[in-house]
Design a protein around this ligand. Sequence first.
Ligand code: RIB
Length: 297
Amino acid sequence: MSVTVIGSANADLVVDVERRPLAGETVMGSDLRVVPGGKGANQAVAAALMGATTRFYGCVGSDPNGRLLCDSMASAGVDISAVEQVDVATGTAMIQVTGDGENSIVVSPGANRLVDAAYLDRHPEWTSAALVVMQHEVPLDTLKYAAVRCRELGVRFVLNAAPAAAIDPQVLASCDPLVVNETEAALVSGSAAQGLEPRELAELLIERGARSVVVTLGEQGSIALDPNEGLLQQAAMKVHAVDTTGAGDAFVGSLAATLAAGGSLAEALAFGTRVSALVVQRPGAQTSYPSRDEVGD
Ligand code: RIB
């Protein structure tokens, strides 16, 4: 069964730093690395590497960064035939990575802004997949358009609400699952979320209309709430992280591949956890993604 990913493609401009600069401060970092990223492209690459027939819908500029993104996705097996080259620079992400593997990211959307409803209408076959995956790095109007269309057509819709932003109720009602970290879950849930435990946050999001919810908890693993499978808890794997960039995207892409293949949410959580544990042990986003064989059975 196939996966459609609609989303961003960014060239990641990565510098290792000992510590992040304070406001008004300059710090020296490592040499610059320019590597393929973007939450949408990352999730598409992960889904394809994990065995799903995957097509990516997005826009890049007619520039070397656009070529970098297309080459990376194509070599992972992603179908990029719907990618449009536009007259705007490819999206970029300025990323600082500290010694503990944590990152800070600023995204300049560039061509990702042109992933709009008109773009999807030029590629009407996007609805033919078993499952559609989106994130928050393309215009939120596009997200709403796609989410509503998926619900009308009975196409399973997975939303990774990153970066954090409020979610339209019509979008929330399509999510199966909504995948969020604790910060994103709290922002999506609004003031009612203050002081809630992850399980309570998931319950609140289901009450608000989500069909199922996954809350990722970093080193604490993840939980999920699904009307059919109940409350699921998945422990994280203990590994030494060198760069967490793109680990969440690898989790979402692997989860989507598992669900598209008919797996349960519990199986998808377990598999996504194994994949992201490998990813954090290597630098970069797509450059750190394992093959299906490396993940094992
Ligand atoms: O989730 C990681 C990604 O966020 C990076 O690859 C960067 O491009 C930003 O989109």
